[in-house]
Design a protein around this ligand. Structure first.
Ligand SMILES: NC(=O)c1ccc[n+]([C@@H]2O[C@H](COP(=O)([O-])OP(=O)(O)OC[C@H]3O[C@@H](n4cnc5c(N)ncnc54)[C@H](OP(=O)(O)O)[C@@H]3O)[C@@H](O)[C@H]2O)c1
Length: 236
């Protein structure tokens, strides 16, 4: 039985990872900013009381990260897979998407949540990952972060934040390879969620199931890669 720690589990991809890992019989530590409002997680908790553990976590808040670390260390001792999933498309109602409408507050917040927080989470929880054999860090990236395939304008803050996350993934993989920890950036596809919107071509179940399979079969030889949900390389 593996211990899976997921950020941003209140809805969207994070909630689906939680559902599917629970169905596989794993122990899930599902973190979210407002557990009291996370109704879907609470329903799952009623179905899987011994497997699902809901914890409060705002990934950009140091005190919150420290408190969750202490709780997980005390209650579980180690983590097998950290899924850095929490993400935002914009930092406020004004998205830095169009030239002439670039806001430094938006840029800073998007980078904080999408790029810097996954690094801080990986750094903080490293001692618990080191206690597991073959531990993995899965950073949920996006094709928007692919510089090589960027052929349209716009989405400055989001796309740049995912490119930064990809670089952070690569550097982490170099730092953690000798400890046997695999670090991968994964593009999940364009999926119907609050972020993906209703025009997205993919329903949520299939891509998450594929990412779980990909995570299962990936090891140190995949570490430092930027992959799609099928396991194909995405151009950097
Ligand atoms: N959907 C797509 O098509 C798509 C495509 C490529 C990549 N992605 C990536 O996949 C990941 C999940 O996206 P999604 O579509 O599931 O988005 P979503 O439906 O908007 O959900 C985002 C999740 O992140 C959480 N979150 C945001 N800021 C947070 C913070 N500071 N601390 C903790 N949690 C925070 C949200 O929590 P609250 O409920 O508290 O707001 C929510 O649970 C993101 O990294 C996104 O960039 C999505």
């Amino acid at each position: 039985m593996k211990k899976i720690f997921i950020t941003g589990a209140s809805r969207g991809l994070g909630l689906e990872f939680t559902k599917q890992y629970l169905k596989k019989g794993e122990i899930v530590i599902a973190s979210c900013r407002k557990p009291e409002k996370a109704d879907a997680l609470k329903e799952l908790e009623a179905k899987f009381p011994s497997k699902l553990n809901i914890v409060q976590l705002d990934v950009v808040n140091e005190q919150s990260r420290n408190a969750v670390f202490e709780k997980i260390e005390k209650d579980f001792g180690n983590i097998d897979i950290l899924i850095n999933n929490a993400g935002i498309i914009s930092g406020n109602e004004k998205e830095s998407s169009i030239l002439g409408e670039i806001y430094k507050e938006d840029f800073s917040k998007v980078f904080l949540v999408n790029s810097i927080a996954p690094l801080l989470m990986s750094e903080k929880f490293l001692p618990l990952l080191e206690k597991s054999e073959g531990a993995k860090i899965i950073n949920i990236s996006s094709q928007n972060g692919s510089i090589a395939s960027r052929n349209v304008g716009g989405k400055y803050s989001y796309a740049a934040s995912k490119a930064a996350l990809n670089m952070i993934t690569k550097i982490l993989s170099n730092d953690l390879r000798d400890q046997g920890i695999t670090t991968i950036a994964i593009h999940p596809g364009w999926i119907k969620t609050d972020m993906g919107g209703s025009n997205a071509p993919l329903e949520i179940e299939e891509p998450i199931s594929k990412i779980i399979d990909l995570t299962d079969r990936s090891g140190i030889s995949e570490s430092g890669k930027f992959l799609d949900r099928e396991g194909n390389d995405v151009p950097w």
